[in-house]
Design a binder for this molecule. Structure first.
Ligand SMILES: [Zn+2]
Ligand SMILES: [Zn+2]
Length: 150
């Protein structure tokens, strides 16, 4: 797995939302859960997790998904492309949908989540697989350390 060339730029389908990333990713992942399948209209979602201080976004956003207290899913207000998620209690990180980035040559999912809900034919080259989610924040932290040594 390669480290991306910074800054990373990206945009939504219609081009009215732009993102810029100026720090290395903390973790990359694929999530096979049923919610991600619906949200992304695909077999799984792809996430590149970045420190919030290294992430900026311009353009009009709307929140979507289930609009729970726990998860803030942000979409382009015009084309409704899914851009990123903020998770309550994890305010130091942003979960960017990897596919909005212009350069994805560096991207591979390091871990995969929720394999108990994955489609039978669907597979990704993840180093670590979880039937559900990592047990706790310590385990997630350890995964980020492993990822940083890739
Ligand atoms: Zn758009
Ligand atoms: Zn998911």
């Amino acid at each position: 797995m390669n480290a991306p060339q910074l800054p990373l730029d990206g945009s939504c389908l219609c081009g009215s939302v732009h993102v810029r990333v100026t720090e290395q990713p903390l973790l990359t992942l694929a999530c096979h859960c049923n919610d991600c399948q619906k949200l992304c209209a695909s077999a799984y979602s792809l996430t590149a997790m970045f420190p919030v201080e290294g992430f900026s976004v311009t353009g009009e956003l709307v929140t979507g998904g289930l609009r729970t207290e726990q998860r803030e899913h942000n979409f382009c207000a015009k084309c409704l492309n899914f851009i990123f998620t903020r998770i309550k209690g994890a305010d130091t990180r942003v979960n960017l949908r990897a596919s909005v980035l212009d350069d994805l040559t560096w991207f591979e999912p390091f871990i995969e989540l929720m394999t108990e809900e994955k489609l039978s034919w669907s597979s990704v080259p993840a180093v670590r697989s979880f039937a559900r989610f990592p047990e706790n924040m310590e385990e997630l932290g350890a995964l980020m350390v492993d990822y940083s040594k890739r």
